[in-house]
Design a protein around this ligand. Sequence first.
Ligand SMILES: Nc1ncnc2c1ncn2[C@@H]1O[C@H](COP(=O)(O)OP(=O)(O)OP(=O)(O)O)[C@@H](O)[C@H]1O
Length: 954
Amino acid sequence: MAPPTPSPRSAPTTPHHHSKATPTPHHSKHRLHFPSPNPKAPAATDHPVEVIGLIRNLPADLRKDEDGPAACSVLEISGDGRSLRVRADVGYRDFTLDGVSMSEHEDLEAFYRRFVASRVEGVRLGAKCTIIMYGPTGSGKSHATFGCPKQPGIVYRALRDILGEGRDGSDGSSTGAAASANDDEDGGFGPGFFVHVAVLEIYNEEIYDLLSGASIGGAGHTVGLPKGNSTPKVRLEVLGKRVKNARYISGNEAGKITREVAKVEKRRIVKSTRCNERSSRSHCMIILDVPSVGGRLMLVDMAGSENIEAAGQTGLEAKMQTAKINQGNIALKRVVESIANGDSHVPFRDSKLTMLLQDSFEDDKSKILMILCASPDPKETHKTISTLEYGAKAKCIIRVTRMPTPKEKVDPEESSLLLKSRIVAMNQVMYKLQMENKLKEKECDDARKELLQKDAELAKLGARLQLIEERESEVEEAEINLTVDERTKTLKLELMKMEEIMLQQQAELTMLKRRLEEVELGRGKAGEDTLHDMDGGRFMKRLETYAGDPGMVKSMDLDMGDQQDSYDVKEIREDSYRHIISYPKQSPLDACLSDFEEDADSSVLRFPEKVSLSTVFEGDEEDIESTEDEVDKEVVEENMSHARGIGCLMPFEDSGLNDDHDGCGSDSKKKQVGAEINSIKNTIDAISARRTCVQNIFRLCGNHRELSQQVKVSSPLKRGNQDENRRPSSLMLGEEYESKLGLRLEQSQLAPQGKLLSESIVTESAVSTLLVTFASLELGDEQKSADQRLKRCVSSEPPKDLMENCSPGKVDADDIVNIYVKWEASKEISGSLIRKLKVLRDSTLADLRKLIDINLEEDNKKFTFLLLGDPSGAPVAKEKEARTRVNELPICNNQLNGRVACLRPVKKAVQKPDHVPFGSLENTLPLGLNSPPSQVVLPKVSQINTNYVTGLQV
Ligand SMILES: Nc1ncnc2c1ncn2[C@@H]1O[C@H](COP(=O)(O)OP(=O)(O)OP(=O)(O)O)[C@@H](O)[C@H]1O
């Protein structure tokens, strides 16, 4: 027993009954165009494909088997007539279809009327129907489509039904030709209908127009049909789902159209096969349009779906042809299966046949009637089963009818529930939004509070900052005020101290002046009247005043230990500048002073810068030589000048000046003067130790310059408009000391003028020594004896020792060394020659320093000797200067008596006290040659002691 054939869930029992079926699990776009919003609601479905089984009768040869029993049909209708049972050797299979018709029981007319007429009627009314003849070769497809001479096929019957020619329908055995004849007789009855008929052939996947080129005649309304039958078929192109430029037969006469169609049907390619003597090798499609109502009927007679082996085709062309035929069949099978399975893709484009059938499957108004042709021959059982299986699947194709949209139809309950749910959802959303809003408001409040708190903190910080700034400003101001107060106090104290010092100095000066005046007055009474004419008398008084001042003695005693200075002075007293005091030839003292002044003036005129110091010379040898020559020349001139009035350190016997003083050069006088000089010299030696006391005197007096300045103001030596500031310091000193001493050497009291001028060699040191001696005599126990000796010296008898010391025989020219003083070359100083000095060979650098100090400005007095005289030479420590002799200095320009004293300035860091709001009190005492005598400035406070010491180095 064969297994039951699978049937659709709700297969229609009758071909005309369209029962509603539940949707199949296979949903495709072809079935679910408008899904129902409510799945519970029944869906309006439709079966677009009806499957009808058409079982031909057994071939005549099988029914009339003379040698054996007739073949038995393997097919039989079961059940309600819609199931077909296929019998096999081992069983059967039942296939439920929409209808089954067996030719042996029902002819074509009955079949048509039972299964097709209703469809055609629909087409006539405007429906669209596609009738597909499917089945293996020889199963009667063509026979059912076109009929036979006795029984017209479905095409002709449809034409008749549409055009009204087949109302009687009784002649079911009439063929196409017969029908055509009858039509001619009837003359047609469908004046209201008009049809277009096109006949196409699909062969080897090409579409041919069977009407094109066909010889069509008759009374039919034909369009574009050429006459003659020899014209080859025209191949058509497919444009979308339709063919392009297909010819058609138009008319309302069924007979005529039938005849024409019957003619062109003959043009189909047929071939005799083992299964079919006239097997169709192509698919034939007849399209009948009813344009007045829009109906369309498509009849498709498919080629046999046999396999190649079964078809008995041999050869490559035959196999290819069979393959092409099967391609259409297979494509249609796939389309049906895809639609039935609900696939998203339906392979309509796999073949030309399916392309033209696409509208039939997709159009909702289109119905498909699939007629499964089968043969009851037992040999064709497997084909029959295959065809039925295919039909059964096509029957499963359903199409969901259009359902109203939700807008068009809304279920009130559903709408209510939906609205309620929506309301609930909206309430929930609103509640959520409200909560979020509250949360946001809370956060906003917190942020606002935090912001306010931050603002408050910021305000506090600002206030605190302002307070701190105010406090800082107050503290700073207080500190500044305190500092200013402290500095003000300090400055006031310093100022007070300075004022006290100044007052004290002024008091001391006043006292000293008063003492000096008293001394001068005392001396004036006791001394010669001539001394009162000169300012030097006042100096005598001052010295006497000092001598009577116990405070002075006391202060002088404090400096008694400065033996080094006294030693130095002693060393240089005869080694420094040597000048011959010139005295007038005629009058004893006036002439002397006159000559002295003349000499001084001349010296000033001649030696503004180089009385004892030479002019600047460069380091070049030629310059040095020229400078040396110039210096020598000047020295000679100086000697010559001194020979005339003043003279220089020269041997007495060589001076030649003795001859110039006739009447004054007696031997007795000479001896007397020499003895006096010797005496003075001895006295100088004796009181050299008291020099410190004199220095203290000068210190108390301010300094010797001040005294000299005061003396010079009242000195008769100051005459005319000559600038005494230009005088050489040596001359000034000599003049000063002379004035201070009240030294008036009268001609009668001295040696003969000529002798004296030439032989009285009084150096500045000697004069200073005289002063020192005098002062010492005034101050010490030996004052009177010294005074007497000085009086003798200045009166008529010069000390013998002095004369001896100053004798020309004791000062040899070889003992004099010319010292060329120069600065060490540097960025600030060019290293040029400063002065030329003459010193004794035994002199030390300390002696030389004293001489240099006299001729240097105050600011340049700090220097260091360079022993080698070269800038690269080793500096000499100051404490070693007293032990270093000038001979150790380098020789200048190969001169045995020439030495170079190279000075390296000592840079002193002057720090001005920043807290002193006043200008510094500069010590601009006229130490230099160019300093104006009128400037009397107190020394710096911080350098008072130093300056005093420096001032005493003279
Ligand atoms: N119901 C029927 N009654 C009488 N003869 C029939 C019937 N069906 C088919 N035949 C005959 O069988 C032969 C084959 O039929 P037909 O050509 O229609 O087969 P087919 O399915 O079209 O084959 P193919 O696919 O090869 O064209 C024809 O000679 C035809 O006259």
